[in-house]
Design a protein around this ligand. Structure first.
Ligand code: ITT
Length: 194
């Protein structure tokens, strides 16, 4: 079976991506199977640029069909921050969430709109990358809730569901999330690719 490398060092992403692609006819492996894989510097100005940078670098490194994800949280009241800097907003996840809640503490309820965005890039070694993207709308809550997911999920509230992203089950998150929806599109590209 043809290999597909899921090129992310974020364990939460690996679980969601592997689950969303599990029934496709690929041997899905992650960067955990390549302990010497280098870090790739995310020098792009957009999610798409960074997703392509990572996919191309890891396809070159592994010599296999490779899928990378670049994603993040855009907060309207902060002019789109943390955006492409979501993983670099503060050193640890609890510090990032605390920093974001603090930055939003004087923002009224009707101006707390935010969205998660995800761009998935797929490339064969030496080939041209193709991308799929999607997003999910919500608001930045006032305090963390829930233990599921990862990253900013406990402080991302989805009004239509009455829950934070971290209060959704794994299956519920993958059904509505930026990543789950982008991967539905990526599945079509991958199926044609076989
Ligand atoms: P890789 O580059 O190795 O994939 P990373 O975590 O550094 O791992 P990104 O550069 O794409 O990945 O940063 C994405 C950050 O955005 C991630 O670390 C979280 O802080 C946040 N994020 C993305 N998707 C998320 C999700 O589904 N739930 C919560 N936070 C998310």
């Amino acid at each position: 079976m043809k290999k597909l490398v899921v090129a992310t060092k974020n364990v939460g992403k690996v679980q969601e991506i592997v689950d969303a692609l599990a029934d496709l006819p690929f041997e899905v492996v992650s960067l955990q199977d390549y302990p010497d894989a280098p870090d790739v510097e995310e020098t792009g100005a957009s999610f798409a640029e960074n997703a392509i940078l990572k996919a191309v670098a890891y396809a070159d490194f592994t010599g296999e069909l490779t899928l990378a994800d670049d994603s993040g949280l855009e907060v309207d009241a902060l002019d789109g921050a943390p955006g492409v800097f979501s993983s670099r907003y503060a050193p640890t996840v609890p510090q990032r969430n605390a920093k974001l809640l603090d930055a939003m503490k004087n923002v009224p309820d009707d101006r707390r709109a935010a969205r998660f965005r995800c761009v998935v890039a797929i490339v064969e070694p030496g080939g041209t990358a193709r991308t799929c993207e999607d997003s999910v709308e919500g608001v930045v809550s006032r305090e963390p809730a829930g233990t599921g997911g990862f990253g900013y999920d406990p402080i991302f509230y989805i009004p239509s569901l009455g829950k934070s992203m971290a209060e959704l089950s794994f299956v519920e998150k993958n059904a509505i999330s930026h990543r789950g929806k982008a991967l539905k599109k990526a599945r079509k590209l991958l199926t044609k690719n076989i």
